[in-house]
Design a protein around this ligand. Structure first.
Ligand code: CU
Length: 306
């Protein structure tokens, strides 16, 4: 199929242009910061269309000159604990200009490192570039992910740890979980995760045994799925198949996603969906199939519908 080939060709072309730009930068001005050459080198529209597995996000606190800086890396446990942070840009100053993605300028995901307490919130941005929100925090080590796209830069997910005081007893690692129950809803997950390929995942939402066919749009889709890798909490790229506006995507009971997992292993998936005006989260644990370990093989499966 041609899309991966096109993407690969684009990346090679991009690497060539980028390499030349770096070379020129060095010739003209040995003191120029390499980070400065990031400006203008990327076509923002390509980021969402990239279907090749990229290095996972969320593992680094600083990338491409952008740094995720918590005002305080420790917190007390409690409900509605105030948390604030900045995304510091290549100049060292907090970024104040962001592009909107999935209807928000920044998505903050918080999860305790034993995969309990998942939250997906949208902080407020001050004119000085300080983001603020409230989180429900229990004792333990938390991982925070900032998923954003600074204006004129590449989309990034940066991750940082937040230590929450108190006695901490980690939750035992769970078995594979493909059915989640939340507030009277049952959500089932169907599909296999295949390393190195876009894996189709179908989530089916019902309430009291009846399919839910009137899901409400949330963040421009009928659901928002976050996937985290067990072991390092790598934050993986997942995109929904279809949007509420496309005239063909139905508002449930099925919501389809494509997830790109970079390696075999266990993944924790969190589906945010909206119904009757309330956003709820269904949590799953899925291990990859015994897929062929070929690293460079043709993607074997069902890209078809998207
Ligand atoms: Cu969000």
């Amino acid at each position: 199929m041609s899309t991966p080939t096109k993407v690969a060709a684009f990346l090679i072309a991009l690497a060539a242009v980028f390499g030349i730009a770096l070379g020129i930068g060095k010739l003209v001005d040995p003191a120029s910061e390499p980070a400065a050459t990031h400006d203008g080198g990327h076509d923002p529209s390509s980021a969402g269309a990239d279907e090749e597995p990229k290095p996972p996000g969320g593992l680094m606190v600083s990338q491409n000159g952008y740094t995720f800086t918590l005002a305080d890396r420790q917190a007390r446990p409690g409900r509605d604990v105030g948390v604030s942070f900045t995304i510091d840009g290549p100049t060292g100053k907090p970024v104040t200009e962001y592009d909107v993605e999935h209807e928000k300028r920044l998505h903050l995901i918080a999860v305790r490192r034993d995969f309990t307490g998942f939250q997906h919130v949208h902080p407020e941005l001050s004119s000085k570039g300080v983001w603020s929100t409230n989180l429900d925090l229990t004792a333990g080590q938390w991982r925070l992910f900032a998923d954003f796209k600074a204006a004129d830069a590449e989309a990034l997910t940066l991750g940082t740890d937040l230590a929450v005081d108190g006695d901490y007893r980690p939750e035992a690692p769970g078995d594979e979980t493909r059915t989640a129950k939340v507030d009277g809803y049952t959500v089932t997950l169907d599909g296999e995760l295949t390393p190195g390929a876009d894996s189709k995942l179908t989530l089916d939402v019902s309430r009291d045994g009846k399919p839910v066919t009137d899901l409400q749009p949330y963040l421009g889709a009928y659901g928002h799925l976050v996937a985290l890798r067990a072991g390092d909490l790598a934050y993986l790229h997942v995109h929904p198949d279809g949007t509420p506006e496309d005239g063909k995507t139905k508002p449930g009971p099925e919501v389809v996603f494509y997830a790109a997992v970079p390696s075999g292993g266990t993944y924790h998936l969190y589906l945010d969906f909206k119904h009757d005006g309330v956003v709820r989260t269904a949590a799953f644990t899925v291990s990859t199939g015994k897929a062929a370990p070929a690293e460079k093989g043709e993607p074997s499966d069902d890209h078809g519908g998207h």
